[in-house]
Design a protein around this ligand. Structure first.
Ligand SMILES: Cc1cc2nc3c(=O)[nH]c(=O)nc-3n(C[C@H](O)[C@H](O)[C@H](O)COP(=O)(O)OP(=O)(O)OC[C@H]3O[C@@H](n4cnc5c(N)ncnc54)[C@H](O)[C@@H]3O)c2cc1C
Length: 452
């Protein structure tokens, strides 16, 4: 569904640029762009998706080699297609996830142009729509949907030391253990990325220090149900806002090696050294906040609260799911918890690398419209921005907790497509005078045709 209009426009005296007109332009063909295209197609909205790389590029090349989805195949997918030939309870490898979105786009013949980067979007002055500058020419659109991802730019905090002896990378640039120099590693950040990378490095024989902040760590599975199922039936994926005070709480889950619960004490008993939040670096020394015990206790509380909620749900609904009392057993605190390290000399400890698993930020510097607040954050309601005609998709917590995840983005895309379809109806409305004038001109045209 594209309906492209092409016109050649003169730029200055000697340059002719092809200008392509389209009703709705979607920028980015990750899962968000593919979902958007599906819903726009269903509603008959002419549109085009521009992607600077390939479909689902982030799943192909922006993540580490061994990554698998954090959710099982039955859950981390769109409603219209299952993972072909995969056990529904398995965790698909990242390449399989990318292949899935490619196949999905093919299934409904999504109008996606790859290898086209959007450089600038500006509202037209004195007429409707937007002008979009891209690496392949100029586009005009009535509406734009920014589906460029929730995790655009890796963030390394300013405390990172300027020390050439240390090999420092963001988790977005981590691929595998062989990429790091000999020696111990400090992994800063213990969300799903940090803890999975730290575990892989330890299994590869490295001494790993893992800096653990406030986190949630739901059980991978409890009483024969994956936590994705529990969050679904308990309504947690649909939570509309973060609980107050949890803005800096990360989630630690893993689908690696068939999926397992993140248990920091187990990792420590296996040889990993846990430390609290990383505070500062000075003259080769790193200091840690004295909050490791507190952070682990917060994670335990979250873990146990899910077990309680699950037990209550089972009792309330009379479900026949096997009891699992052993899930409540906690391992004893390892030495690094009872005697926490608050200061470490990096060279003495043999640390040669630091991996910053410290998250990402958004970057809409190319979107030159008034849809942002004073902190540069998108101003929107469920993705419908404060600037008419501009939409965001795939933002964390866009409408609910699930918004930046595979299954959640599909539902947000549906809402946005509905909004676009409604706006197109308003735009198509004609008052009685306009309708009469149209009728007169139709009659005139018909007469002309019959004379000819
Ligand atoms: C390590 C990691 C693991 C994850 N695991 C899971 C998981 O297991 N399950 C789950 O549900 N979610 C997971 N997520 C979260 C989320 O599903 C992914 O981040 C997903 O890639 C987001 O999809 P998206 O389409 O919103 O953004 P992206 O996949 O980032 O896609 C955005 C696209 O926009 C393109 N683009 C950007 N700027 C421009 C431009 N100016 N012009 C043209 N194109 C542009 C990019 O090339 C990119 O292809 C994970 C995230 C990370 C970081």
């Amino acid at each position: 569904m594209t309906d492209l209009n092409r016109t050649a426009i003169q730029e200055g005296t000697d340059m002719t640029v092809e200008k392509i007109e389209i009703d709705t332009l979607v920028i980015g063909a990750g899962q968000a762009g593919v979902a958007m295209s599906e819903h726009l197609s269903k509603l008959g909205v002419p549109h085009l998706v521009l992607e600077r790389n390939r479909i689902a590029e982030a799943w192909r090349t922006k993540r580490w080699d061994s990554l698998v989805a954090n959710g099982p195949a039955w859950h981390d997918r769109f409603p219209g297609l299952e993972f072909d030939g995969l056990d529904p309870d398995a965790f698909p490898a990242k390449e399989r996830v990318a292949d899935y979105f490619e196949a999905y786009a093919k299934k409904f013949n999504a109008p996606i142009r790859t290898g086209v980067e959007v450089k600038k979007v500006e509202r037209n002055a004195g007429r409707p729509g937007f002008t979009i500058e891209t690496s392949e020419g100029v586009f005009e659109a009535n509406r734009v949907v920014a589906a460029t991802g929730p995790f655009q730019h890796p963030v390394i905090p300013p405390i990172a030391p300027k020390d050439e002896r240390l090999h420092q990378i963001h988790s977005a640039d981590y691929r595998n253990p062989a990429q790091l120099p000999e020696g111990a590693v400090l992994v800063v950040g213990a969300g799903s990325s940090g803890v999975q990378i730290a575990d892989e490095l330890r299994r590869a024989g490295k001494q790993v220090y893992l800096s653990v902040g406030p986190h949630h760590r739901p059980p991978r599975a409890y009483r024969n149900r994956d936590f994705c199922w529990w969050l679904g039936v308990l309504g947690e994926w649909d939570a509309e806002a973060m609980a107050p005070g949890t803005e800096h709480v990360t989630i630690a889950v893993s689908g690696a090696r068939g999926g397992h619960t993140i248990d920091f004490r187990r990792l420590a008993h296996e040889g990993m050294i846990l430390v609290g939040l990383t505070k500062a670096f000075n003259d080769g020394q790193v200091t840690f906040e004295p909050n490791l015990t507190q952070n682990l206790a917060g994670g335990d509380e979250n873990y146990l609260s899910l077990l309680d909620a699950a037990d209550a749900y089972i009792a309330r609904n009379g479900l026949d799911l096997p009891e699992e009392p052993e899930a409540r057993n906690m391992l004893p605190d390892p030495d690094c918890v009872t005697n926490p390290i608050l200061e470490l000399d990096l060279m003495d400890a043999g640390v040669t690398s630091i991996i910053w698993a410290t998250g990402f930020k958004l970057d809409y510097s190319w979107l030159k419209v008034g849809a942002f607040d004073e902190n540069g954050k998108p101003r929107h309601q469920r993705g419908v921005s404060s600037e008419p005609g501009v939409y965001f998709l795939g933002l964390p917590w866009q409408s609910r907790r699930g918004s930046s995840f595979i299954w959640g983005v599909w539902h947000d895309a549906k809402h946005i497509a509905g909004h676009i379809a409604t706006q197109r109806k308003y735009a198509a409305y004609k008052d009685a005078d306009q309708r009469d004038a149209e009728k007169v001109s139709e009659i005139r045209d018909a007469k002309k045709e019959s004379v000819a």
